[in-house]
Structure formats: C-alpha cells, structure tokens
Design a protein around this ligand. Structure first.
Ligand SMILES: [Zn+2]
Length: 202
C-alpha cells in the first residue's frame, strides 16, 4: 500500500482527532494526559526524537492511555531540505526511540512545517510509514490565548476533523478542558488517530 496523505477522515461519525506536535514535553504532556483521562478521550502525538530521547517515561505514559505516537522528525527540520538518506535517518532514529520506550511503533508521519514532497513520501514509505498526516483544523495555538485556541478549535469541529495543536506553550493545555467538555456537549468524541481511521466510510 502506498503511503497516503490525509487531512481529515471521511466519516459521518462525530469523532475528531486531537494531535500534539513538537513534544513530548515534561510539563505539558502529563497535563494533557490528565485531561484526556478525565474526559475519557484519546489523542495522537507527533514527537521529536531529539526531545524524546531523554523523556522515554513520558512516551510510555502516552502509550499507556491508548493514544498514538507518530513521528514528527528527529530535529525540527523541513524534510524537503534533506537528502533521501538524511530523511530516512530522521525518521528511523525517532521511531527507534518510540519503539524502545513503548515496545511498538505507529505508521504515522507528520512532517515538520507540513513540508513534504515525493522524496519525503518515498523515503517514509520505504521504511513502513502508511500515513502522511496533515490536518483540517489549525487554531495556530503557538501564538494564541487559551480562549482563542478553544474558540478556533470548536469553530472547526466537524466529523472526521484532524486538529493540529502543539506542546510549546502553556495556553494549549489550558484550553484543553474547555475543548474536551464542549466536544462532549456537542455529541462528539475525541479519539486516537487509529480509531478515527477505522471510522472512514462510516
Ligand atoms: Zn512541528
């Protein structure tokens, strides 16, 4: 199967995937996991190998909550600026850290800055990645207040939406309880990416 680029999942089911880039973070990730647990929800992380290397217990906690851990890259670098071999190295090193921490790996790539081309896709596919995961809702949380983040996410709520968030500033975690309770109020569920993909066509 060729690697597939997705921005959302086609489904009529009221389910969405929250995704967290640029972690794992030693403060924000545990906070996010607590909120997800409280609201009986899941999410996906796209992690940086360079950070995860010394934060393997955080990866274990993410996996233990039935969440997904995909690869962002080892460094936060646009993969389109690298050679084929360098791309493989960025992805492989990160996936190895995930596998060492959790005993498994997930076939999901989200390229830093959303930057990809044929070379990136070919390299990712050659080592077993099955989904190039982009997004349909971008609240630009890295430069927004918690209230703005919540309002923007909820304005974009749609069956099958993939929502991009980051673990670089506190407001994202602060916005999460509002987002999760309103998701439930509107009859939606925040699910893991793997769960959302299973709803395709439903
Ligand atoms: Zn990023």
């Amino acid at each position: 199967m060729a690697i597939e680029t997705i921005r959302y999942v086609k489904t009529a089911v009221r389910a969405v995937a929250l995704t967290f880039d640029d972690g794992p973070h030693t403060v924000y990730t545990p906070r996010v996991l607590d909120y997800l647990h409280k609201y009986n929800s899941q999410a996906a992380w796209f992690i940086l190998g360079s950070l995860a290397r010394s934060r393997q217990p955080v990866l274990q906690d993410i996996a233990q909550g039935n969440n997904d851990i995909g690869v962002h890259a080892y460094d936060h670098v646009s993969l389109t600026s690298l050679s084929y071999g360098q791309i493989i190295s960025q992805l492989e090193r990160t996936r190895t850290i995930i596998a060492e921490a959790t005993g498994r790996s997930w076939p999901y790539l989200r390229p830093p800055n959303g930057a990809y081309n044929e070379t990136v896709l070919k390299a990712a596919q050659s080592i077993g990645f099955k989904y190039n995961v982009l997004w349909s809702v971008d609240p630009r949380d890295y430069e927004a207040s918690a209230a703005q983040i919540a309002a923007r996410v909820l304005a974009g709520l749609n069956p099958g939406a993939i929502i991009i968030l980051h673990e670089v500033t506190a407001p994202t975690a602060q916005a999460l309880p509002v987002i999760l309770s309103e998701i439930a109020n509107r009859g939606y569920q925040a699910v893991a990416l793997s769960q959302l993909l299973e709803l395709a066509g439903d």
